[in-house]
Design a protein around this ligand. Structure first.
Ligand code: NAP
Length: 269
């Protein structure tokens, strides 16, 4: 890390988030893109793909050899739920701190990665949502969860999202349950006669979660609390992928000074 410069490898550099990360890191004074990994557009210039002109770094497909050759300090990972765990393991085994935005992480996967971070002495950050407003939405929802017995989450994303429900919806549910210390009451008013299967969404400890997928959307969520004669709605909208970049840059800056695995951007704010 000469001159305090952080050398960054972007894993999934040709994807929607990866391209945005390449732009944000390239524009940062103390960070430099040193490698890009993806399964597509191999051999093409990472900067050209991101729309910022050539940066002299070609897309490669073998993460392990890229990390060994590139001297990267940090690997930012936005790929696919089926690939993220293995990518994270490779980073840690290579001594490169991963900053992971890919969703689909189960609690078991998180705890396995935590053990690996300890064993190799390599820090890591996983954040289901890097947008500051979304982190605040989760914080406010956790606070409200102590006072309301009924809640439903509606998460809305673009139609090419790989997983459902979103990592943000699951994390919101986890944080609300932690803050409350007990499950929610679920729907009141007796059993609903269901005439369309799954119309009430999925259920986690009394919290109904509904996933909307439509072209035109980016990433949005409403947490709706119901009480006697009142409703409290907490809503966040990511209107563009640049909304995630201040959080990603913060995690890149902070990860190397951490110990072990940090799960959730709220721990870095
Ligand atoms: P995307 O446009 O599909 O980009 C993912 C890229 O990664 C694609 O180019 C994909 O190639 C590539 N890829 C897949 N497996 C790979 C592997 N093993 N090694 C290297 N590259 C691989 O997806 P996206 O919209 O950028 O989203 C990526 C992830 O980030 C999703 O899980 C999404 O939910 C999450 N996300 C998180 C946040 C947050 O704040 N934490 C915000 C937005 C999105 P192929 O096209 O060949 O599969």
């Amino acid at each position: 890390m000469a001159n305090g410069e952080i050398k960054v490898c972007v894993v999934g550099c040709c994807g929607r988030m990866g391209r945005e990360v390449v732009k944000a890191v390239s524009a940062h004074q103390r960070m430099r893109i040193v490698a890009g990994v993806d399964l597509v557009q191999v051999g093409e210039d990472v900067g050209a793909i991101a729309g910022i002109g050539e940066v002299g770094i070609k897309v490669q497909s073998d993460l392990r050899s890229v990390l060994k050759e590139s001297n990267a300090n940090v690997a930012v990972e936005f790929t696919h739920p089926s690939a993220t765990f293995e990518n994270a393991m490779i980073c840690i085994e290579c001594g490169v701190a991963p900053v992971i935005g890919t969703t689909g992480w189960t609690q078991e996967m998180v705890s396995q990665l935590r053990d690996l971070c300890e064993r190799y002495g390599v820090p890591a950050v996983i954040a289901p949502n890097f947008a500051i407003g979304a982190v605040l939405m989760m914080k406010f929802a956790s606070e409200a969860a102590k006072y309301f017995d009924h809640v439903e989450i509606i998460e809305l994303h673009h139609d090419r999202k790989a997983d459902a429900p979103s990592g943000t919806a699951l994390r919101t549910a986890e944080l609300m349950l932690q803050a409350r210390g007990k499950p929610f009451s679920g729907p009141s008013g007796g059993d609903t006669h269901i005439t369309l299967p799954e119309v009430r969404g999925g259920s986690k400890d009394g919290i109904r979660i509904h996933s909307v997928r439509l072209p035109g959307l980016v990433a949005h969520q409403e947490v709706i609390f119901g009480g006697y004669g009142q409703v409290l709605t907490i809503r966040h909208d990511s209107l563009g992928r640049e909304s995630f970049m201040p959080g990603v840059l913060l995690a890149i800056e902070r990860v190397l000074s951490l110990r072990g695995l940090i799960y959730g951007l709220e721990h870095l704010l």
